[in-house]
Design a protein around this ligand. Sequence first.
Ligand SMILES: [Zn+2]
Ligand SMILES: [Zn+2]
Length: 428
Amino acid sequence: MSDYADPPALFRPVAAFECQECGLLQRQQELASGFRAVCSRCGHTLYREPEDGLRRALALNISALILFAAANTFPFMTFRLEGREQQSTLISGALEFLDQGFLPLGILVLALAVILPALKLSLTSFLLVSVLSGRTGTGLAKTFRFVETLHSWAMTEVFLLGVLVAYVKLIDLADIALGASMFALVGAIIVMVSADRALEPKQMWDKFNGGQENGLLPPRLDADYVSCHSCSLLGELDTSSAQAPCPRCGAALHARKPNSLSRTWALLLSAFILYIPANVYPIMTVVSFGQGAPDTIISGVVHLAGAGMWPLALLVFFASVMVPMAKLIGLSFLLVTVQLDFKWRPRERTVLYRMVEAVGRWSMIDVFMIAILVALVKLGSVASIEPGLAATSFAAVVVITMIAAETFDPRLIWDAAAGGRKDKAKND
Ligand SMILES: [Zn+2]
Ligand SMILES: [Zn+2]
């Protein structure tokens, strides 16, 4: 039945669950349909039991895939000014960046708005069909591990908010018509959200039985267990031998994310440095009837507010100024408190981490908005919008802080509070 190449001699799975946010070991419980298990120490959701989850997830993923394909087929916005017209599809913005020599930015927007969402939907559908038809294997488990990493990077809903901001910005300047693709995109996002809710990773992982053929060992209180960062399989790791991969998903096994503090610091420092050009240089230039001045992030917000578009000014201010700042300061604060072995309020600091991790991707609104504007508004001297240098550095800040939030291991907060950090022995 199972085709796992390495028998799990070095890793013996046990019937318990480690909270990935605070490291507390908890007994695995069978849940009734519709219920979820919550960590008794930090409040994090450990796993859920959605009713008929996998089947529903399959139906929803396929519907989302069809809607997303439709959204990419037709034009989604038409810009009309002075008898001239410019149509735009979902990928026009990325192509326009590439055309104007903004290579990294073009590739990034193309990946986040189109390629990764499409990849996530199609791979998830493929995996669900395979698993529901009884196939399991290392290849499928590894593919699911990859799909799980795509969650924060498939940014269709953030892109939609960028579209909305661009639309409101242009509506006074010209005649804007929404195309069929816009409605398909909204539909796709609604279905994608339900698809994500229907698919509980644990229900999927339970279909792959890495090393669990002979049943799980009962957990012992005194044992030093290691849980897989990717699939949460918990077990006793024979640390005397070489690093063993997780028998279920193939990920490298560590008690804590390796070199979490130094990696996160390195990423944060790069983000701090890039944050300076992101705010000093212009992010875009709007030329209207031969007149126009470059806008920085802040002056863009000020112009929006000056034009009376308060809700939009607040949205852009929140996404482009507050969120990156809060992430840089929040993560630095977490790193310092862990390094100094603070025992102060671990639960609140875990909540802070969860917020930093969740809001990060929304900062891409501004980058997507610029992509849409440069693709739509290119009528030469009548009206045109060009990206500025800051757009690239700002996008880099967003991406780097997202990676920094992923390299930080929140369980270190609780290790430090308990007086023994588990990363110290081997990694620091
Ligand atoms: Zn917890
Ligand atoms: Zn694993």
